[in-house]
Design a protein around this ligand. Structure first.
Ligand code: ADP
Ligand code: MG
Length: 321
């Protein structure tokens, strides 16, 4: 039987910390901020049966629970520095812990994000990560910073994670190969860390948010906080590879309000179009221009011809869904 302390030592405590002044093993970790930098801090909790299916593959779960947190740093434009992990586990199973920590550290190492502490307890599977990032004061891509006339941009593609969920729930018929392909986006989202950092560092973008609950709802947060409105060209939204092969109604619904995408939605002045494309190109992240920030409040959805679309969309909400 693994004790709590063996478990931490074996699966989560690695070599000497590189970034933290003091890492795992004391009452607190010690982080020394880079002089003059601001810290960006965010937590995201994943609960079994709520955010992922019971029996979820542990390597993917380790990846995803850090990915959704790094996505928040990306949406602020911050460079990842460190993270903590609070874990409730029904049992200390070696195979599960090995897989989970492998997935987590692979992504953490790819982004130089050091695990510096956490908490471990027995209980229903529940994973809460807190990430710490750094950015220059004044560079954060805040939700309240969109300006009238800004373009609205999306990184990557949308909707395949939602399509995979629909496949698993038998809401939409999906053959096995399509489900497997779409499910990659659901299980292994790519946090757009480099793009977010560049957009912030180069002062190219104004506002940003990461798309976790569906674009329409998440963009709505930018509009509300910035006290502006927008027109969104739903047919310009970049669909995931699998969703792109489906009919227009499904494509519109899942790109506009699918959820679990972890792409960035950001706004930038029209004068910065070339700079946005150059920044995105330099980190090999595709970006698509999908709309415009306007003074008139509210979000107007239009089709490729500019005609109003009356889509019945709702973003995900844990207490009403
Ligand atoms: P305390 O009782 O003071 O809260 P713990 O005994 O829970 O400390 O944890 C011992 C050390 O291990 C602490 O440094 C804590 O941050 C770290 N730790 C506990 N659980 C985890 C985990 N799941 N991942 C990383 N570090 C952990
Ligand atoms: Mg403790």
């Amino acid at each position: 039987m693994l004790s709590e302390f063996d478990l931490i030592k074996h699966y989560f405590n690695r070599d000497r910390p590189a970034r933290a002044t003091l890492g795992i093993g004391d009452d607190c970790a010690l982080l020394t901020p880079t002089p003059g930098m601001q810290m960006a801090i965010s937590s995201d909790m994943l609960v079994e049966g709520r955010h992922f299916f019971a029996g979820a593959e542990p390597v993917q779960l380790g990846h995803k629970c850090l990915a959704v947190n790094l996505s928040d740093l990306a949406a602020m434009g911050a460079r990842p520095v460190a993270c903590t992990l609070a874990l409730a586990l029904p049992a200390a199973e070696r195979d599960w812990l090995h897989g989970f920590s492998t997935g987590l550290f692979a992504l953490a190492d790819a982004h130089d994000c050091e695990l510096i502490g956490g908490d471990t307890t027995k209980g229903p599977l529940n994973i809460c990560i807190t990430v710490f990032g750094e950015l220059q004061p004044g560079h954060a891509l805040r939700r309240d910073a969109a300006k009238v006339g800004d373009d609205i941009w999306i990184s990557g593609t949308l909707g395949d994670a939602r399509l995979a969920l629909a496949g698993y729930l038998n809401e939409v018929p999906l053959d096995e190969a399509s489900l497997r392909a779409a499910a990659v986006r659901m299980h292994a989202p790519t946090p757009r860390v480099e793009l977010g950092m560049l957009l912030a560092q180069q002062r190219v973008a104004h506002a940003a948010i990461d798309i976790s609950d569906g674009l329409v709802g998440d963009l709505g947060h930018i509009l509300a906080r910035s006290r502006v409105g927008a027109t969104l060209d739903v047919d310009a939204l970049p669909a995931g590879d699998v969703l792109a092969t489906r009919d227009t109604a499904l494509r519109r619904a899942y790109t506009a309000a699918g959820g679990d995408d972890y792409e960035l939605c950001f706004t930038a002045p029209a004068s910065a179009r070339a700079a946005v494309l150059a920044a995105a190109g330099s980190v090999a992240t595709p970006v698509t221009r999908v709309g415009r920030i306007e003074a008139e409040p509210g979000l107007r959805l239009v089709d490729a011809a500019g005609h109003a679309l009356d889509l019945k969309l709702s973003s995900f909400d844990h207490f009403t869904s």
